[in-house]
Design a protein around this ligand. Sequence first.
Ligand code: AMP
Length: 225
Amino acid sequence: MRLVLLGIPGAGKGTQGALLSDRYHIPAISTGAILREAVQQGSAIGELASRYINRGQLVPDEVISQLVASRLREDDCRQGFLLDGFPRTLPQARLLQRLLRKLGTELDVAVDIVVSPEVAVERIAGRLICRRCGRTFQLRDFPAHGPWFCPACGGELTRRSDDTVQTARERIAVYLIQTRPVAEYYQAQGILHSVNGELEIEQTFQQIVQKLDVLNDHFEECTGD
Ligand code: AMP
């Protein structure tokens, strides 16, 4: 199965992406995570990206497109993948379509996780991220003072440099202008599926899998898996 997760920053794409990756045995590819790793490594791409990330702006399409193009050619993507945070602009959506066509395949579904900007900002302001596995948690579920450690892998939990209220608002504004049209693009193709992202994590997950299980059964029938 090949799918894209859409939704404003703080909608829960990373959280749902990790659950979906486990359920369907497909890699969850987060362009934000790839960029944060490049920043940590101090590579040229990382240095360039950090200027945009810390302002809440999008990294230029050319940079991100190259990263995604090479990632999707890796072996683990053959049976499917989940993209979190890509495409974020119409040119990126068109590029993905061309790329998949070249690989002889196409996108099955775009899942739009819908939350209000107020809920998203509150989540982002209280978010912790694991340095090792990238899972995210809410500060309110931990003691008031750190250090905090990941319940899943034991890695150290930290704050993202762009998870301030001000940057979160900017990122949401950028999403509404530049990424909203991507949802409309998939709606026009008849592959957009919207779910309520303000429910409990498990409830939102169930809404998504109700749709995806049907597609996955069809996919497995077609490939004989
Ligand atoms: P995320 O982890 O998805 O919230 O992304 C964090 C930041 O990485 C974004 O605010 C952008 O600066 C950058 N970024 C991630 N994905 C993309 C993309 N597809 N296009 C441009 N910039 C991106």
